[in-house]
Design a protein around this ligand. Structure first.
Ligand code: ADP
Ligand code: MG
Length: 573
């Protein structure tokens, strides 16, 4: 018995379509790519219900003749390459001739177009891959592709679509990624009849970086360029303190095409090197201008991956340029907080963690002439009497404990303290809010702003009071008094990230948010402490539910016993 059969054309086309088009945002990407390839100077994108009901992309590019219009929805129909050799020298975004055929197979498609210099235009209607009509019409030069009811004839695929909202997010992301690569084209995105993004033409990319990164971050980005073997590399780097727990703010371009490549991401992270904490991803934009013959874009139908003929040397170069672009001072980033950015914190009496709240019982009201109290009787930590010996490297509190040396990580300790206090305050609905005299404007991405608005109830329980400020901005009006010293530009991004992840329940979101607040509110490594402050911190720590670990699970204190010390010095064997 023979079991092998050739699939019918209908099935084969659907399978192929699924590789290129898996959700509305991939349709948007393919259509914008086509508009760019057609030489458009303006591209208008319109979606309804996340693109599930409607996607319309209009351009003022070269348009198509009637014959080309009929051909463009056939599989492997492309005007961009002619022969095999062309595959190794691709300068357009498209070349596989699959997108329109795939879209046509799984939607109700209408394409209208007028070729440059032609007097009339044409409109083609297709449903489920079948041509319904071709008509002569009047319209401006250029092309409009309208896709309705995506996957209406592929129920299995339709089931996999997410909510209109998350499909919209994905379209916004795809749209923004493409727009960053072509700052000479005007891009407009409308979702459900509202203009959500409008990128005017510009010759300064920073104007566009403001949209995905927010103004504060974009303005702090450093730019750097360099040359490698057959490649020109240009990078825009956010300072490492803006690192995130996801790689969602890494924008990578190969010959202006937005790609997602794990190896390039790795090279970027390596470039940041020790400036980043483990598990964190920087925010950065990397443009690679590679000789077309040295890169293969034809790795995946969606053309999101690339392969280089000399990957090692390109990756090394990327890391190198990033490393030198960020500058030699690792300290500057790990140590400095907002007020002291750029200079090392050294003077003990100008700490940036002063809190305006006098009820804060970690005693932080410093005065330059405060003397270390004589005959300090010591502090209790983990039910053990300890005596603070001093501070090591502005980071660790060293104590003489019973039977050994106790080392406390000051940041982790303070984080634990703040975490417990916030949890308790939230439980008792007694979070003290400090109203800002000068409310602070914070620039966000549209998606971040939406999350923030959705979670404003939860935030106000935490003492974080924000208000819509139009456009992409929000106004920060009040903060939990416990966190007087946090850098809110940075904190807000992480807070939103904590609040948006997945299907977590309210309780989990609350705990995540509190962890973020505690981490940012806590004193940092490099903050010099007086003995009293250290003692006060240890007292506080001792009162927490779990003094041994910070909210992230890292240890807060460690002990080296005298026995271990003696072994170290070979006093015992
Ligand atoms: P590819 O982009 O890989 O060539 P597509 O299926 O996306 O394949 O498009 C097929 C062809 O249709 C393109 O090669 C191009 O000639 C034509 N085409 C598609 N979109 C446009 C557009 N917006 N303006 C002009 N021509 C277009
Ligand atoms: Mg294409």
């Amino acid at each position: 018995m023979n079991d092998i059969r050739i699939l019918s054309e209908k099935v084969a086309v659907r399978i192929a379509a699924g590789e290129v088009i898996d959700r509305p945002s991939s349709v948007v990407r393919e259509l914008i790519d086509n508009s760019i390839d057609a030489g458009a100077s303006r591209v208008d994108v319109k979606i309804e219900r996340g693109g599930i009901s409607l996607i319309r992309v209009s351009d003022d590019g070269i348009g198509m003749s009637r014959d080309d219009l009929l051909l463009c929805i056939e599989r492997h129909a492309t005007s961009k390459i002619y022969e095999l050799d062309d595959l190794y020298n691709i300068s357009t975004l498209g070349f596989r001739g699959e997108a329109l055929a795939s879209i046509a197979a799984v939607s109700k498609l209408r394409i209208s177009t007028r070729q440059k210099g032609s007097l009339v235009g044409y409109q083609l209607k297709v449903a489920g891959g079948k041509v319904q009509s071709v008509d002569e019409i009047g319209r401006p030069e250029g092309t409009t592709v309208e896709v309705k009811d995506l996957f209406y004839n592929v129920p299995a695929r339709r089931k996999f679509m997410r909510s209109p909202r998350s499909e919209t997010d994905s379209v916004v992301d795809v749209f923004t990624r493409i727009a960053l690569g072509f700052e000479d084209i005007h891009f407009v995105l409308q979702a459900d009849k509202r203009t959500v993004l409008n990128f005017a033409r510009t010759n300064n990319l920073v104007h566009r970086l403001v949209v995905p990164f927010g103004r504060d971050v974009a303005e702090r980005m450093v730019q750097s360029t360099g040359l490698g073997e057959g490649v020109k590399i240009s990078v825009y780097l956010c300072p490492p303190q803006f690192a995130r727990t996801k790689a969602d703010r890494l924008y990578v371009y190969v010959n202006r095409r937005s790609v997602r490549d794990r190896m390039i991401n790795k090279a970027i992270i390596e470039g940041y090197g020790r400036r980043l904490m483990k598990g964190f991803y920087p925010q950065a934009v990397v443009f690679l201008d590679v000789e077309p013959s040295l890169v293969d874009i034809n790795v995946h139908p969606a053309k999101q991956e690339v392969r280089f003929s000399n990957p090692g040397s390109i990756f090394r170069k990327i890391s190198e340029i990033i490393d030198s672009g960020l500058g030699p001072s690792v300290e500057q980033y790990t140590v400095a907080s907002e007020k002291s950015a750029g200079k090392k914190v050294a003077e003990p009496f100008q700490l940036s963690w002063h809190t305006p709240d006098s009820s804060y019982d970690l005693n932080l009201t410093l005065s330059p002439d405060r003397e270390i109290e004589e005959g300090s009787i010591g502090t209790t930590l983990l039910d053990e009497q300890v005596l603070v010996i001093g501070q090591l490297n502005g980071t660790y509190i060293l104590c003489e404990g019973q039977g050994g040396l106790v080392i406390v990580d000051q940041h982790a300790a303070h984080e634990r303290v703040l975490y417990d206090r916030l949890i308790k305050a939230v439980q008792d609905a007694s979070v003290e809010v400090q109203t800002l005299l000068l409310p602070k404007t914070i620039e966000l991405s549209l998606r971040e702003k939406r999350v923030l608005q959705e979670k404003s109830g939860l935030l106000s329980k935490l003492g974080v009071e924000v208000e819509d400020f139009g456009g992409q901005s929000v106004l920060l009006r009040g903060i939990p008094s416990l966190l007087g010293n946090a850098n809110w530009d940075f904190l807000m991004g992480e807070l939103i990230e904590a609040l948006e992840q997945g299907k977590a329940d309210r309780e989990t979101l609350m705990h995540r948010a509190i962890s973020v607040l505690a981490c940012h509110g806590a004193i940092k490594a490099g903050d010099v402490l007086t003995r009293q402050e250290m003692e006060s911190l240890l007292e506080q720590l001792n009162r927490t539910a779990l003094p041994t670990n910070c909210p992230h699970g890292r240890p807060v204190c460690r002990k080296i016993t005298y026995y271990e010390l003696e072994k170290m010095f070979k006093r015992v064997v």
